[in-house]
Ligand binder design. Sequence first.
Ligand code: ADP
Ligand code: MG
Length: 436
Amino acid sequence: MQALNIISAEHRGMWRLTTALDSISREMQSSGSHGGASVVVMMLDYLDAYIDRMHHPKEDRYLFRLLRLRAPHAVAAIEKLEAEHEAGPRHLAALRALVFSLAQGNQNDRAAYFEQMARFIDSLRTHMRFEETTVLPLAREVLTAEDWQEIDAAFLDNQDPLFGVHARAEFADLRARIVMLAPEPVGLGSAAIANAQPDAKRPVLEIRGVTSHYGRIQALHGIDLQVGEGQLVALVGANGAGKTTLLRCISGVQPTGAGSISLHAADITRMAPDKRVRAGICQVPEGRQVFGPMSIEDNLRLGAFTRPQEELAHDMERMYALFPILKEKRLLPAGTLSGGQQQMLAMARALMGRPKLLLLDEPSMGLAPLLVEEIFRIIGNLKAQGITILLIEQNAHAALSIADIGYVIETGVITLSGPGPELLNNEQVKSAYLGM
Ligand SMILES: Nc1ncnc2c1ncn2[C@@H]1O[C@H](COP(=O)(O)OP(=O)(O)O)[C@@H](O)[C@H]1O
Ligand SMILES: [Mg+2]
């Protein structure tokens, strides 16, 4: 009967999420803001995927199927639960559309959102309560030892792609991310997690066998690369080697052919780019690409589109502390900044998204030597704050000097990798990239 314990534990987890959703929504309602909307979107995404992929299939396929056989008088109750399972994704989708519209500042859907959210929380709780008080006790009573053997085996199967150990890790990770984003008082226990030290052995980004093409030209030939928590990893290589292509595959704007890309053990190979930003991948593109006519402050706002509104001012102050020159010029059009200052703005804009993984594409490109030094000092500073960074550079010396791990890429193939300082002293790297 271990399956029953698993179901109860899953119910407790979902109940806690409904409590958090409820308290964030009430706060939004009483304050009249839509500050918590983005974290609500994440929670709904999570709940949707979790219920649909982890929770229901097991119940429907094993527990309910056998229960129907053993307890014909309970068929109506089981069918009610199954119908609710089936209707769940539809309700969630409607709710998500409403909160998404709210997150974008659309006020028209406010009332409908609060009403539907209350109804959703209520129906999910009623569903769980009904299951726990009627169907589960009945299962305990009528299912045979063989039934439990089959059910428990399915629930405990670690290899199962749907709800095995891999899927559980993926959801544990998504959950940790939500906990970290959720405001402190909602009771998901964020403080403990936020204070955890980064552990380089825990992979943030895992790239396996990634290929990519431009038409018939293959730019990447099976790239393997890892970035651990809190690590600064440098990918160096000559112009045209495929560095930007790889970065664009990671952020999702360039299609990946073969291979896989995972973020915190969750496969994101086919995930849409905006979802990747929400999941914490923020890119500083090649050539900065700040919006010239817009003010510096508005550029920073753009970088925060996934963040709760009420944290914006605070985050902006953090950026101004990190880059004082941006504060001084905050009301000026970004186009009036020098190259180095634009690079700082591009980095600050990405940092406004509170990235789990910061991607930097040739931040030193086109800058005078003194500014290059300044930019690398800032990157070292970000690493010291625990930010996980993948840095792409033609300036191999500067990049490898500050990197924990370095990779060398040549025409779409990784030819060398190892600790940054070691690569710096590698004869092959010295002659090819360092002019020594
Ligand atoms: N938009 C594109 N269309 C066709 N080929 C491209 C395109 N962008 C890049 N490439 C090719 O892909 C290869 C890798 O380019 P890229 O990733 O930009 O290199 P890097 O960033 O290392 O300089 C190069 O051979 C380049 O010519
Ligand atoms: Mg490039």
